[in-house]
Design a protein. Structure first.
Length: 248
């Protein structure tokens, strides 16, 4: 009797998670989460690269402004930042639109999510990349300067390739944080994986089934990301002694 109930339970869970049912909604939510995570991670890298160079080589005002930016972003809880950036950003855009004679702007959820999480990611990426740049041997940069390379060429051909092996582990963590932070966007109504899961669970009352499925999807993203970043780190460390050899 118990075995029959277990089989029926698995059958009901499989039916709920079918692609033609709620399972399709969960996969669409996962696709939205990954789209936002990719965009936010890329935007964060751009902000972080300029932020790191600004902190290291900028003027006093630039360094102070960047210090305020990274300190505030890292000090305030991410959920609070998401609410502030989303609602304040939306309000500013609509005020500008109305001042120019236009109506209220309907902000795209994906674009808003990328903007909000990208600003948060940028503060952490600034510190990760700043540390990686400082880890590059100064002799390599001085040698490039002695050849007469301009600053942009030094950054593109010397600094960025040399710092990659130091930056990849930290950037891998930032990517995983970005994928999980998309769940916080459910509070402002984005149809990402967590919101789709909550809607499916509340409609069917199968909370355990759907949240377990969502956890499994997040785990698969983490495992696949770990494998990808391991290959990227191996590529970035090509020509360098392995960590195992260094510790032997």
């Amino acid at each position: 009797m118990t075995g029959l109930l277990e089989i029926l339970g698995l059958g009901a869970s499989a039916e709920l998670l079918s692609l033609s049912g709620w399972g399709g909604n969960l996969l669409r939510g996962l696709a939205n989460s990954l789209q936002i995570a990719f965009g936010a991670f890329g935007l964060g890298l751009v902000i972080g690269l300029f932020g790191a160079y600004g902190k290291l080589y900028g003027g006093k005002v630039t360094r102070d402004l960047l210090a305020i930016y990274t300190t505030v972003i890292r000090a305030v809880p991410e959920l609070v930042l998401i609410l502030i950036l989303y609602y304040v950003g939306s309000d500013i855009i609509n005020q500008i639109s109305e001042a120019m004679g236009g109506g209220r702007v309907e902000i795209n959820g994906v674009a808003a999510g990328i903007w909000v999480l990208g600003v948060v990611q940028g503060a952490y990426a600034t510190e990760v990349l700043r540390g990686a740049i400082q880890a590059v041997p100064t002799g390599q940069i001085e040698a490039a300067k002695s050849y007469g390379m301009p600053a942009i060429m030094i950054m593109r051909r010397v600094t960025i390739p040399a710092m990659m092996s130091f930056a990849v582990p930290g950037l891998a963590n930032l990517w995983l944080i970005a994928t999980k932070d998309t769940a916080l966007l459910a509070v402002v109504g984005f149809n990402e994986l967590t919101l789709e899961t909550r809607q499916a669970a509340s409609s069917t009352r199968a909370y355990f089934t759907f949240f377990l499925a969502a956890g499994f999807l997040y785990l698969m993203v983490t495992l696949c990301s770990g494998a990808v970043f391991a290959r990227i780190e191996k590529w970035a460390r090509r020509g360098q002694p392995s960590l195992k050899e260094g510790s032997a």
